[in-house]
Design a protein around this ligand. Structure first.
Ligand code: GLY
Length: 361
């Protein structure tokens, strides 16, 4: 899969869409979104501005909001709609929303007629720095996340901070955790820069966010360009996700939903503890990260009674080659990811002990 995706930063989504429409000349265009984004962004802000332009007659299909609707069944409904509306391989899908929308809409487009083109317009920071970029599309299946999917790049990703102003702080912080991850994969300068920022100010300040967003997206773009289908280097992007996904799964067992980025933030701390246990990272990096995470992301409560369940989740993580061992992405230094590090259950338990000490639980 060649990396050809354009990433366009703009304050005018409509004008950019119209320019792309002129370049791509689709037979028909469909906006794919969810009810929340339809009500808050597409309906009031985008659709009225399309009047009189080349996208005036674009169709809209909106699904219920939420991860639980990211299923093959829902995609079948989308395919029914595409068929009824006579879409062809030269049609265009514009996915506007968060990661569920871009994953699912990308998948629906990538499979219909063996592949229609699509554009992603992320409306969350989490989606802008992660899901919208890099060609991973898919849906959940039988309780497993992104079990069914294909790699297929969007023709373009349009990043506009105009949709980020109204995001709740929790949602902004969730995206910011992925940006901390990208900074750690990039360099110690980038790590310093993200932790010394004022993104936690109540008002969204574009002057603070935009340079950080651009840098973060560039880190992901560079890694994906080097390894589009995750045969090696792209696994670096799993930093923080092995423990993070286990925390998310445990929360789900407790009937509690935690924002993905919060789980990643706690998971980054565990990954840094493991890296420090191998003498790959100095203590000051761990203490800085842990203090930032504790202050801004609170804490995920666990006791040693939760360790067997957490280990079980990690052994069944789809990033593992087998269920015998758990493989983490760790850091040999800031900007020096080490993929596929085999970590024993004893080491994981020791790291979880340190995590609990750092968070005072
Ligand atoms: N979210 C990790 C990746 O795109 O590879």
């Amino acid at each position: 899969m060649p990396m050809s995706q354009q990433i366009i930063f703009t304050n005018d989504i409509v004008e950019t869409l119209e320019e792309l429409h002129d370049q791509l000349k689709p037979s028909k265009t469909v906006f794919f979104t969810d009810d929340n984004v339809d009500e808050k962004v597409l309906g009031p802000l985008i659709s009225p501005a399309l009047k009189g332009g080349p996208l005036e007659d674009a169709l809209v299909i909106s699904k219920d909001e939420g991860e639980m609707y990211k299923t093959v069944g829902e995609v079948c409904n989308v395919w029914d709609f595409f068929q009824e509306e006579g879409l062809t391989r030269s049609s265009l899908v514009i996915n506007i929303g968060g990661g569920v929308v871009t994953d699912m809409g990308g998948f629906a487009a990538a499979c219909f007629k063996r592949g229609m083109r699509f554009i992603n317009v992320p409306t969350t920071i989490l989606c802008a720095v992660d899901a919208a970029i890099g060609g991973k599309t898919g849906v959940n299946h039988n309780g497993l996340k992104n079990e069914i999917g294909v790699f297929r790049e969007a023709e373009a990703v349009i990043v506009s901070t105009s949709t980020f102003y109204t995001l709740p702080m929790m949602e902004r912080l969730s995206g910011f955790a992925e940006m901390i991850k990208h900074a750690m994969l990039s360099s110690s300068e980038d790590f310093d820069e993200v932790l010394d920022n004022s993104v936690t100010d109540e008002d969204f300040d574009e002057d603070v966010w935009l340079p950080l967003l651009k840098k973060s997206i560039e880190v992901k773009r560079r890694i994906v360009a080097a390894d589009p289908t995750e045969s090696g280097l792209r696994k670096a992007l799993n930093l923080g996700h092995t423990a993070g996904h286990a925390f998310e799964s445990l929360a789900m067992r407790r009937n509690r939903l935690i924002p993905h980025g919060f789980a990643v933030a706690w998971g980054l701390v565990v990954a840094v503890v493991l890296s420090k246990m191998r003498n790959w990272l100095p203590s000051n990096i761990l203490y800085r990260l842990a203090s930032y995470v504790r202050t801004n992301y609170d804490v995920f409560h666990i006791t040693c009674d939760d360790y067997p369940q957490l280990l079980d989740f990690m052994h069944h993580d789809k990033k593992n080659f087998d269920t015998e061992s758990v493989r983490f992405t760790l850091l040999k230094g800031l900007g020096r990811p080490e993929i596929d590090c085999q970590v024993s259950d004893d080491e994981i338990c020791a790291a979880l002990d340190v995590y609990r000490d750092l968070f005072g639980i």
